[in-house]
Design a protein around this ligand. Sequence first.
Ligand code: NAD
Length: 355
Amino acid sequence: MKLGVLKEQGIHRVAFIPSAAKKLKALDLELYFEADAGLKSSIEDQEYLDQGWEKKERSWILSQSDILATVKPLEAEELNQLKSGSVYISMMKPYENSPVSQQVKGMDIKAFSMDMIPRSTLAQSVDILSSMASLAGYKAVILAAERLPKIFPMMMTAAGTIRPTKVLILGAGVAGLQAIATARRLGAIVEVFDVRPAVKEEVQSLGAKFVEVEGAQDSKDAGGYAIEQTEEYKQKQAKLIQERAAKSDIIITTAQLRGKPAPLLIQKDTLDRMKQGSVVIDLAASSGGNCAMTEDQKTVHYKGVQIIGNSELADDMPNVSSELFSNNMVNYLKFLIKDGSLDLQNEITSNSLIN
Ligand code: NAD
């Protein structure tokens, strides 16, 4: 079977890095790549050639690949060029009924969406959502540190003592936990909110304070994801967040509800109370944002507070995010290809098959 790698449009990552070749060849795959496929991830064509990949035109890869994986879903016109009966793998958000997920449903291809993989122990090696969220959580802190007119650690100098920065993190999923660890490493004091009480211990073990709000709702049917909370809970939480926000220098928000708009956790009146120079990084920006002033892919300035909306921060570190994406994809193909044919019966592939 032929496996193709394209130069992605509008982002910096690439679906497979050159060194994936060894494991892919062990699956009996022939490997092809488009010119400059890895350039934005600091990978030159020569590295693909050295590992035994063959260079082909984009149109050839689209129409001849038996297996094609992309980080960003293809546009409608290019999807239509895929070979009949081929396998297409990407992140297609079928739980939001996205246009790409609808389009592939009418096509003569097997389409797999990596964001449908269960968040189970077995699936950890293929969990692209976690890989990207981890990197985004790290980058959110680094970006905030750069924008903040202060330093993170307490510093005692002959000229006086500088107090440590206070970071508030809303949502302690994969991104939030990595943000906590990064902010703590830089010396900040960190406070955290989450509706899942199960994360309390993890938060504390990273050296942060978990702020508890009583009455959180959980659901066993949500696959580990958070669910919408009652009005009473939301009001209690908003009051506590407002109190903590007024004392914080940085807020990093990561709270998501799968398939629904992100919960609104920072209202305008909370921003009104924040200190001059404070920074809000909203990682939930693409699903509406956790902050009332968030605009996706933009920085908004409001009364001395910067609100940065960006759900794609992993793309700002394309060399490592491509490496993790590629590793996850190789592991996924090991689940998908058994003795030269497709295994659609296992937990990983059956859950991610959307057509
Ligand atoms: P996510 O991106 O869906 O949400 C981020 C965090 O925001 C979550 O912790 C969520 O509880 C929290 N949140 C949602 N609404 C909130 C609100 N109103 N106020 C405060 N916090 C709120 O989360 P994710 O990182 O993708 O993780 C989703 C689930 O998958 C979690 O249960 C996580 O433990 C689980 N997970 C499992 C594995 C594994 O075992 N392989 C790997 C990664 C994640």
